[in-house]
Each structure stands twice: as C-alpha cells, then as structure tokens.
Design a protein around this ligand. Structure first.
Ligand code: GLC
Length: 477
C-alpha cells in the first residue's frame, strides 16, 4: 500500500520506490532468489491524475466501509503497470481537491485514513488473500494499526502479517488525528508511546507493525537518537529488535548515461571522455564561461529544509575563493528559492538558479556536472547521489542516513566514490568542497573516483532480495 507509485503517480522518492520495488519482487527468480515466487500487488488511491491516465473497467470490489459515523461506499478497480496488478481504491474522501497531497491537511488526513481502511477491508472482497500487508509512511500506517486490532477478533485477518517502511519519519500524519477518531481508530493505550503521538497514524503503525524498516541501515540507527528520532526515539528503541534498514535501489535502465536520450553525448565508463561535451553543452545552455577545467557543481533537489539548500548556498559563499561554477535546479520553499536567486545575483558569472521541476534538465545536469551537491540535514536514503554516481558525477554530501551508506569517502581517495562532511553547516560544507576541488585537477585520481561510482551496484534486485527475505521470515512460509 502506498500513496504514490510511478509511473501512475509520482510526487517524490516514495513514488519511485513503490513503483520499482513491487516489479523487482515479482521478477525475482533463481539463481539469485531461491525462495517462493512472490505474488506482489499494489494498492493505491484512485487519484485524479490516475483517473486521467487509466481507462477503468468494472470495479473488482464494491462494498460499504462501516465507520462509527455511518457507511462509506468503496469501489476498487484493477489495472496493470507492466505485469504488476494495481488496485485503485475509490470513495468519497479520495479526490475532493484532486491532488495527491492536499494543501488542506485535514482533507489529506481523511483521504488517507479512508484509503488505509478501505484497502485493508478490500482484501475480504477479492478472490485473493495476502500473507503480508506492506505499508509505507504515515499515509498507509493506519491500515497496520487497524490490522493489529482486527486480527485479535476476526479470523479472516488472523494470519496476516505486517511490514512498515519509513521513508520520512518527521511526517507522522498529525493532522489525520480527527480522521482517526472519525473512522473509529482509538487512541493507543500503549504507555511507552509519547502521549501526543497516541492517535497519529505513523506512531501507531510503528507500534503495530510486525516488522519495521527504513530505506537505509544508517537511517534505521539514526531514528533511535534525539537528533533524528523526532521525539519517538525512545519508543523506537523499544521496537529495535524488529527494525532493520534496506537500501533503496535505482532504476538502472532508466538512469543510464549510455542510453539516456536527453543527453548531448552518451557515455559509459569505457569512454568517459564522451561525458565532457555534456558539460560544455550545459555551460552554453546557461551562458556560463565554457571552461573545461572549472569544476561544475550541480544541485538537483526539492527546495526543502531537509535538503540543506541553505547550507549549500552559504557554503558556496564561504568557498567563494575557490574556482567553481554552480547550477542549482529545484522548486519548493519560496524562501529557499529566493536564497538561490540571491546567490545567482551575487555571482552572475558563475551561479545559475533554475527554479523549476524539470526532469530533462536534471538529466543533462547529472551528465554535465562534475560534482553533485547534497548537504541534507537528514536523508533516509536519497536517490540523487546514486544517479549522480551512475553518471560519473562525484557526490559531495553530508554524512547522514543513506548518503553515508551509498558514498565511500576514503581519506587516501584510493577507494572513494565521493566526499562526505559531518555537520550540516556552511563551514563543514566548504571544507568538504575544498577537499573535492583539491583532488579534481589530478585527472587520473578523479577518473578513478568517477569510475568506481559508475560501477556501484544499486540495482533494485539487491534490495528486492532483502525485502523478499523479510516477507518470507514474516509469513513463516
Ligand atoms: C523520502 C526520503 C528519501 C528517500 C525516499 C524514498 O523522500 O526523504 O531519502 O530516498 O523517501 O525512500
């Protein structure tokens, strides 16, 4: 169960994962996977964007969801994404304002609590009973809480097991509290949960799930600490024996510099020199001096506190004495957008801020950049650093969460795939940049860093095997 999944609907990283992982799980076969064939299916809300894309046939389930406030009609449609069956759940709370994540948090709360309960209840009305319900983030956590309550009373649910994947802990669904009450989900009596969290979907998912995972081993450890635990760290510690971390994969077919049609020049590690025309094309496109030897820094990001945009902007000011050019692409928080524009105004001959969301441009930047900037305050997994490495663009990132797990920083550079710094502070960022730019002129060393990055295996298959093992343990099959 997820709120979004590519290619049907994608807003952020969760959409990539919920789109790719089920496909990878269905594709597991010997010799890489010796376990049972997995019949994985996906449940999504029938968002308006999906309605516009998919022709709907007759519903495969049509029932009333009982709530204390009365009955709500639910219709479930079946579609396929490649060979993955996708159940699209519809009902009155699903599409009132048409967006995946509404600007009105109360509407969102009701939508996702309804979806969680309707998707769980749907299993009773299909000719198919899952062994495991796998929920993702707060949007679907209420399903696991409800499952925990129901399986004590209803034989149909007794054997179902549950897994909760945390992609982003700070979003706990606090505004869904009224909807939880409205749909009959009581406050938790669990006294190890902080009082404020006892009717929030995500904490209740954490309480009820049979297993919990985050999208990197590093983040799984971090969320047991005050810095990253968002006030739940002590409770999460009580669940530590069921908590693991599994790195996300990357769609290595979609993200491949050897076949990427958006690029001016395609390349792979055997002909890295063909990466260079992409840099010149980018410098040209943005009217920057076309200098092959000036390191081109790229940042491709949501403009959000999480991503440390301010750290990069101020860090670049601290490192203004060094020779670099920078292109920043992204949109989001207006204050952060403005700070990027101000940086461009301050350094008109070497900074460009492109305030928009543009997949084609992001591809040209991954290919044309020398260094990707990723100074995240926290990063459960992160995708941009994996794409950058695949494109031979060396990441400079904060040592946190999935960034620490995917980027190797060796002080001798002999095994490095990138550069890490510890504090989400401009000075620490600038020191990291200084180290990277010091290594950059030595072409041999730099190319070896690029090539090691390009040769990393971030395939989904690796992640899927780890999930499949979890499923098998859980179901006891
Ligand atoms: C969230 C996290 C990001 C992760 C993604 C997919 O967007 O912020 O780190 O890669 O989820 O799991």
């Amino acid at each position: 169960m997820a709120s979004e999944a590519a290619p049907l609907v994608k807003v952020g990283g969760l959409g990539d994962v919920a789109g790719s992982l089920p496909q990878a799980l269905r594709g597991l076969r010997p010799p890489f996977w010796q376990g049972p064939r997995l019949d994985v299916r996906l449940a999504l809300p029938l968002h308006r964007v999906i309605k516009e894309k998919v022709a709907l046939a007759e519903p495969v389930a049509d029932f009333m969801l009982a709530t204390p406030a009365g009955k709500q009609p639910v219709k479930v449609y079946l579609t396929h994404a490649a060979n993955l069956p996708v159940y699209l759940v519809d009902g009155p709370p699903i599409a009132p304002d048409g967006r995946v994540y509404s600007a009105d948090p109360l509407l969102d709360g009701e939508k996702y609590i309804f979806f969680s309960l309707a998707a769980l209840e749907m299993t009773r009305h299909l000719d198919w009973k899952p062994d495991i319900i796998h929920a993702n983030d707060w949007h679907t956590s209420a399903a696991l809480y409800a499952l925990g309550l129901r399986r004590r009373q209803e034989p149909f649910f007794e054997s179902m097991r549950s897994l909760l994947t945390i992609h982003n802990l700070p979003f706990m669904g606090k505004d869904a509290e009224p909807a939880m009450a409205k749909y009959g989900l009581p406050r938790s009596p669990e006294n190890r949960l902080p009082t404020w969290a006892r009717q929030f979907p995500l904490p209740l998912g954490l309480q009820s799930a049979d297993r919990i995972n985050t999208v990197s081993p590093g983040y799984a450890k971090e969320i047991t600490t005050p810095e990253f635990g968002c006030g739940l760290q002590d409770f999460i510690k009580t669940r530590q024996e069921v908590l693991t971390g599994i790195l996300n994969g990357l769609d290595q077919v979609d993200w491949d510099p050897a076949t990427d049609k958006a690029l001016a020049s395609r390349y792979d590690c055997a002909n890295l020199s063909s990466k260079l025309p992409n840099k010149a094309a980018l410098q040209n496109e943005f009217n920057l001096p076309v200098e092959a030897d000036t390191p081109l820094l790229v940042m491709i990001t949501r403009m959000d506190q999480q991503k440390g945009v301010d750290v990069a902007v101020n860090g670049l000011r601290v490192a203004a004495d060094l020779n670099w050019q920078a292109i920043i692409l992204g949109s989001g928080d207006p204050l952060l957008e403005t700070s990027c524009r101000s940086l461009e105004a301050e350094f008109p001959d070497r900074v460009r801020a492109i305030i928009q969301f543009d997949v084609g441009l992001s591809r040209r930047m991954y290919a044309g950049g020398d260094i990707l900037l990723m100074p995240s305050r926290y990063e459960p997994c992160g995708l941009a650093q994996m794409i950058a490495m695949r494109y031979g663009t060396v990441p400079l990132a904060r040592a946190t969460g999935g960034l620490r797990n995917t980027i190797l920083d060796d002080p001798t550079l002999a095994t490095s795939t990138g550069f890490l710094f510890d504090e989400a502070q401009p000075e620490a960022f600038a020191d990291g940049l200084r180290r990277a730019l010091y290594a950059y002129p030595d072409r041999e060393v730099w190319e070896s860093i690029q090539i090691r990055g390009m040769e990393q295996d971030f395939s989904w298959e690796k992640s899927a095997i780890a999930y499949a093992q979890l499923y098998v343990q859980l179901s006891g099959r």
